[in-house]
Write a new protein. Structure first.
Length: 72
């Protein structure tokens, strides 16, 4: 990190750059593993709402097609 300080104005920017690099390294490593079973979901305030809505819709659709659905 000391070398980055010459090119990046503050410590937060340095840490952001290090975290981004680690993130992309992780993505690369998961992609090169043939037995990877990883699911990526969006994250952030708007994405949490979207994921919750998709899960809700999926549950409703599954219930509609479940055996015995619609019969009393």
């Amino acid at each position: 990190m000391e070398g980055l300080r010459r090119f990046v104005p503050d410590e937060k920017s340095v840490m952001d750059m290090v975290l981004a690099t680690q993130y992309f390294d992780t993505i690369r490593d998961i992609g090169t593993t043939s037995r990877a079973a990883t699911v990526f979901i969006p994250h952030g305030p708007a994405a949490v709402h979207d994921v919750a809505a998709q899960v809700h819709d999926g549950v409703l659709q599954a219930a509609a097609y479940a055996p015995g659905a619609g019969t009393k």
